[in-house]
Design a protein around this ligand. Structure first.
Ligand code: UTP
Length: 294
């Protein structure tokens, strides 16, 4: 019988050091793009892909993520009393009906592989999605994870979301080499974490979207510390490749690297230009600003 992807893991226990001091007390994943935290875009993408169980791997200083996905009784009652029905609906939609949220603490930030491993007892023996909220992807449609789930339903194997990056930037990503690339996807032959440009096997970078078979958990368990002294998911995937096919999927859509300041600013500008209430005024403001600087 074909297996379905019903669970998503959100590893959000990292330090967010590139965004200090903003992330001293506020998790990077709670920084807003226009009017929604990154974390909420990620959950909405999972819901759009048909996923109903959200597993958050959190750490110290991440309590606001738990609060964000909890029911806000006092606030709801207050808004109801004041007749603010539209805002109340936005608030209630934070966690749509039928969605369960599970929170797990990663006691030490030992790396992305270790964070994913923390979900193993909740995921069990099922395929699951991994979404890194600081990679925000806009496809103008149902979302990147929905594209990947569709491919998973057909192929029933692990899939990594990839995109070509500037060859000078391979040392920021996991990089794959595929044996072929027919249309949108190819079978991965080799994967390596953060290779220097002169030894990178290609410029095809893994970004923050994965669908993984549960066999990955045993692989992570046997993975030692890799690049940066962390337990790397990439190294466990390299091991998985010895046993199973893993596909690289070049998704439709634009990725914003919101873990970096420039990517975060660009995302705010471009999402501002898409926002139904703000887009016209904001476009006028930007045009005037550019004209005044010319
Ligand atoms: P990053 O490499 O972006 O690290 O982690 P970071 O700590 O979040 O940010 P910087 O580099 O210090 O600015 C990639 C993803 O893996 C998660 C992070 O939360 C992020 O979503 N992660 C990383 C964990 O959950 N646990 C870890 O031990 C490491």
């Amino acid at each position: 019988m074909n297996k379905k992807v019903t669970k998503a893991v959100f590893p959000v226990a990292g330090l967010g050091s590139r965004f200090l001091p903003a992330t001293k007390a506020v998790p990077k994943e709670m920084l807003p793009i226009v009017d929604k935290p990154l974390m909420q875009y990620a959950v909405e993408e999972a819901v759009a892909a048909g996923i109903d169980t959200m597993i958050f791997i959190t750490g110290r200083t991440k309590n606001s993520i738990t609060d964000h996905f909890d029911k806000a009784y006092e606030l709801e009652t207050e808004l109801e009393m004041r007749g603010k029905t539209e805002i109340l609906k936005i608030l209630k939609d934070t966690v749509p009906e039928g969605i369960s949220c599970v929170f797990i603490r990663q006691s030490e930030a030992l790396g992305l592989g270790h964070a994913v491993y923390c979900a193993h007892s909740v995921v069990g023996d099922e395929p699951f999605a991994v979404i890194l909220p600081d990679d925000l992807i806009e496809d103008g449609n149902r979302g990147c994870m929905a594209q990947m789930v569709e491919l998973y339903n057909e192929k029933q194997c692990s899939i990594l979301g990839v995109e070509p990056v500037d060859p000078s930037e391979t040392d920021k990503y996991g990089i794959v080499r595929t044996s072929d690339f027919t249309g949108k996807f190819g079978a991965i032959e080799h994967i390596v974490e953060k290779p220097k440009p002169d030894v990178a096997p290609s410029n095809l970078a893994v970004v923050g979207r994965y669908i993984l078979n549960p066999a990955i958990f045993d692989k992570i368990k046997n993975t030692g510390r890799g690049a940066g002294g962390e337990i790397q998911l990439t190294d466990a995937i390299a091991d998985l490749l010895n046993d199973e096919q893993v596909l690289a999927y070049q998704f439709d859509g634009k990725r914003y690297d919101c873990g970096a300041k420039l990517g975060f600013l660009i995302a705010n500008v471009e999402y501002g230009l898409l926002h139904k209430e703000l887009k016209d005024d904001f476009a006028t403001y930007l045009k005037d600003l550019v004209a005044s600087k010319a």
